[in-house]
Design a protein around this ligand. Structure first.
Ligand code: NAD
Ligand code: UDP
Ligand code: UDP
Length: 314
């Protein structure tokens, strides 16, 4: 029996995570509508998909209504790196909040299942470690990261209110630091900064003393988690943490990147940005139990693939 392909909308589909997700959905036979305003995303990220018969790319800003017919929606639209989301903080909040309302309104009209790309930033500078989904977070509402953190928190609220009020089928993923090919080369995130500096033979820029921790997940694992969450039973709404629990200091990351690139880079020290969280590590017990998901790619393998990608930019 011939099955009808699912029509899937990916907002932010020309970005780092979105482009990998579009690729994987096409691979399994879905019809993909990629919507993006190219604020941080690039046509280049999806150029290889443009000739695919099941792929469509639409320039659109999700702070404006969108009328399309789809079965599933992955809402990824939102700049993710601090320098991008802080460049136009009002637009960042609008994208998260008004964008969520539009996406939820659309899902309600067409009865689509809808997944929100939330973030570990909803935990702010956490006082609970590692972070479990029932931790409510520690966010400075007036700080420079708040446009992103509070925007994403409000989006989560909207998702759960549309569930309660309109019985929508929702999924909320709290994504932790993710890296890999197609990260924006100038977005200032630690992995892209370190890899590019190492490839250029420049000093690696360490903010603070490098003792702050993060846990880095390779993009293929993360996309796998998002798809598993979307495909899970309707009772699984989340929020579910998705990330790699292997925690390390930022200094340790600098040393690993230097070693893998094989250079002799030094380190230059810079002030720690305001509200920079000191520790971050996901507890992924819920994702393991509910989705049967856990990351498979170890840091060195993932970094090697990322380094290979960034050689063209160095
Ligand atoms: P990205 O910046 O590469 O992708 C975001 C995409 O959204 C870009 O293509 C951008 O042009 C698009 N966009 C921004 N505002 C838009 C708007 N108003 N209308 C339409 N499109 C818009 O970032 P990413 O790393 O791929 O992140 C994707 C999603 O995952 C984001 O929602 C982000 O908050 C979330 N997330 C990412 C990480 C990570 O480590 N990469 C961690 C936590 C959460
Ligand atoms: N919306 C959209 N596409 C649709 C349906 C709705 O973009 O197919 C937007 C529209 O801007 C609306 C918002 O989603 O204001 C919320 O929709 P909802 O039906 O929840 O509320 P409304 O504001 O229409 O009462
Ligand atoms: N960082 C750093 N050097 C850089 C970029 C970032 O030391 O060139 C630090 C940053 O201060 C933070 C960590 O690395 O402590 C992760 O930063 P990123 O912007 O990648 O992600 P986030 O802070 O959102 O987790």
């Amino acid at each position: 029996m011939k099955t009808v392909p699912k029509r899937v909308l990916v907002t932010g589909g020309a970005g780092f995570l979105g482009s990998h997700l579009c690729e994987r959905l096409l691979d399994r036979g879905d019809d993909v509508l990629c919507v993006d305003n190219f604020y941080t995303g690039m046509r280049h990220n999806v150029a290889h998909l443009l000739d695919h018969p099941n792929f469509e790319l639409m320039r659109h800003d999700i702070t404006f209504p969108l009328y399309v017919e789809v079965d599933e929606i992955y809402n990824l639209a939102c700049p993710a790196s601090p320098i991008h989301y802080q460049r136009d903080p009002v637009q960042t909040t609008k994208t998260s909040v008004i964008g969520a309302i539009n996406v939820l309104g659309l899902a309600k009209r067409v009865k689509a299942k809808v997944l929100q790309a939330s973030t570990s930033e909803v935990y702010g500078d956490p006082t609970v470690h590692p972070q479990t989904e029932d931790y409510w977070g520690n966010v400075n509402t007036t700080g420079i990261r708040a446009c992103y953190d509070e925007g994403k928190r409000c989006a989560e609220t909207l998702f759960f209110d549309y569930l309660r009020q309109h019985r929508l089928r929702i999924k909320v993923a709290r994504i932790f630091n993710t890296y890999g090919p197609r990260m924006h080369p100038n977005d200032g995130r630690v992995v892209s900064n370190f890899v590019l500096s190492a490839l250029r033979g420049e000093d690696l820029t360490l903010y603070g003393d490098g003792s702050q921790t993060r846990s880095f997940c390779f993009v293929d694992d993360l996309v796998d988690g998002l798809m598993k969450l979307m495909d899970s039973e309707d009772s699984v709404t989340g929020p579910v943490n998705l990330g790699n629990p292997r925690e390390m200091t930022v200094r340790e990351l600098a040393e690993t990147v230097t070693e893998l690139v094989g250079g002799k880079n030094g380190i230059s020290y810079h002030p720690l940005p305001q509200d920079d969280p000191m520790q971050r590590q996901p507890n992924i017990g819920k994702a393991k139990q509910l989705l049967g998901w856990e990351p498979r790619v170890d840091l060195r393998t993932g970094l090697e693939k990322t380094i290979a990608y960034f050689r063209d930019f160095a």
